[in-house]
Design a protein. Structure first.
Length: 167
């Protein structure tokens, strides 16, 4: 898998290969025994020379992109279902140009999952907090997101966050 990601840039091809790999792991096992054997992924290629992003979101919480100069916000949620759940599910790749200085976050469902408020409300809150803190350093932005999550309810899932600035 690491070699695949190093040599292939197209998120659709990477998604197909991950699906194939997942099927290979469970070859010979009854389908009903693998119903929960799937995972979410956010697969993206960022071309900083031409300033565009290609991505496929496979059942993952939406990544968020914010352009501070225009205050443009984009939820990166389109693509496919979780990898491994549906054998021949269609895959949609989204391609768009970004503005230099745009900030992004990609996060696991541990950041948005909580009994109260709902995951949907928590996702909206994450977006709002991201925009409110978009001009902070990456370290301070991550701290703000984690502290906010810790105040809402006990954390019972792992939390991963990737944040950055695009040039």
């Amino acid at each position: 898998i690491p070699e695949l990601i190093k040599r292939i840039r197209d998120p659709i091809i990477i998604t197909r290969e991950l699906k194939k790999h997942m099927r290979g792991l469970f070859q010979g096992i009854h389908l009903e025994d693998t119903i929960n054997a799937c995972f979410s992924a956010f697969i993206a290629y960022v071309n900083t020379r031409e300033r565009f992003i290609e991505y496929v979101n496979c059942g993952h919480p939406p990544a968020i992109l914010h352009a501070p100069d225009t205050n443009y916000i984009l939820r990166l949620s389109k693509g496919a279902g979780p990898i491994g759940c549906i054998k021949d599910a269609p895959i949609k790749k989204v391609v768009f140009h970004y503005q230099p200085g745009s900030r992004f976050i990609i996060y696991s469902d541990g950041l948005s999952k909580s009994p109260s408020p709902s995951a949907a409300e928590r996702t909206e809150r994450i977006e709002k907090e991201f925009i409110e803190n978009a001009l902070l350093s990456i370290h301070d932005l991550l701290q703000a997101l984690l502290l906010s999550r810790m105040t809402h309810s006990e954390i019972d899932d792992d939390i991963s966050i990737i944040a950055g600035t695009l040039f």
